[in-house]
Design a protein. Structure first.
Lengths: 107, 164
């Protein structure tokens, strides 16, 4: 199998995730696009592990670690989204601008 | 054989990922995410990384997507199509994604264009477990502390204030 096949698949998945993060409005769909990007990274790690073959399974171990970090990230992210929903009644990432800075009010 | 299997699973993953980022219904996007993650697990299987494929199905499809569906229920996500789910800046987002894909793809082809991999069966649970608990045991322990911190953080965030 050519090495570029999994690498190009990972590139396509990562860029679809980038598009989703930039263009979606609902905060939960942004988190779902983030999962796509992490999956693309995992695909790269496993493909390079099958190419390099260092005998330690470095890439596959790191892929398992990334999956664990993704689980922690989605847990915290969804807790923050639920907090946003409880305080504002929506999960619209564009309308959540409590920290916006106004030029004239910054004296 | 594995190349054909990988190509089929990769095509399914890309098609489902397109549906994840373009679907007008949020719940459908979450369900397409299941298809994408399952197809990526198939790709891992074609690369002979069977333990990573099983962990992917267990953690992603079994835990993360269920968590996302629960969050959709708790935030009263509507099930009808929402035309405003994608913002008006999506053409710019698509342009950025296409430019990034061209750059990354050109770099990948330029660097690894004629490399071949022949997957060997080195991804069994036995091999990965030995590797984790011999070579990578310190990152493993740090990761367990990270998980504990994330657990405490999620509990602290979702606790209701006493005064209301």
């Amino acid at each position: 199998m050519p090495l570029v096949l999994p690498l190009l698949l990972a590139v396509v998945l990562f860029c679809l995730g980038v598009y989703g993060v930039l263009s979606r409005r609902n905060a939960i769909t942004i988190l779902m696009s983030l999962e796509l990007m992490l999956n693309a990274v995992n695909l790269n790690l496993v493909a390079f592990d099958a190419w390099h073959l260092d005998g330690l399974a470095t890439g596959q171990t790191l892929a398992v670690f990334v999956i664990t970090v993704a689980a922690a990230e989605i847990g915290l992210g969804l807790a923050i989204v639920l907090l946003l929903f409880r305080g504002h009644g929506h999960v619209d990432a564009d309308a959540a601008r409590d920290l916006v800075e106004h030029e004239e009010s910054a004296t | 054989m594995t190349t054909a299997l990988f190509a089929v699973a990769g095509a399914v993953a890309v098609a489902a990922a397109v549906m994840v980022v373009t679907s007008r219904r949020i719940v459908h996007a979450a369900l397409w995410l299941v298809v994408t993650l399952g197809a990526v697990a198939g790709c891992f299987g074609a690369l002979q990384a069977e333990f990573v494929a099983l962990v992917q199905i267990l953690v992603y499809v079994g835990a993360i997507v269920v968590l996302v569906l629960f969050a959709l229920m708790l935030t009263k996500a509507p099930t009808n199509p929402l035309p405003t789910l994608t913002t008006g800046r999506s053409p710019f987002a698509a342009a950025i994604a296409v430019v990034l894909a061209l750059l990354l793809g050109a770099g990948v082809v330029f660097a690894f264009g004629n490399q071949k991999i022949e997957p060997v069966p080195a991804g069994s649970a036995n091999a990965i477990g030995t590797s984790i608990f011999q070579t990578w045991v310190l990152p493993f322990e740090i990761l367990s502390v990270l998980l504990l911190a994330a657990l405490i953080g999620a509990i602290a965030l979702s606790q209701r204030k006493k005064e209301d």
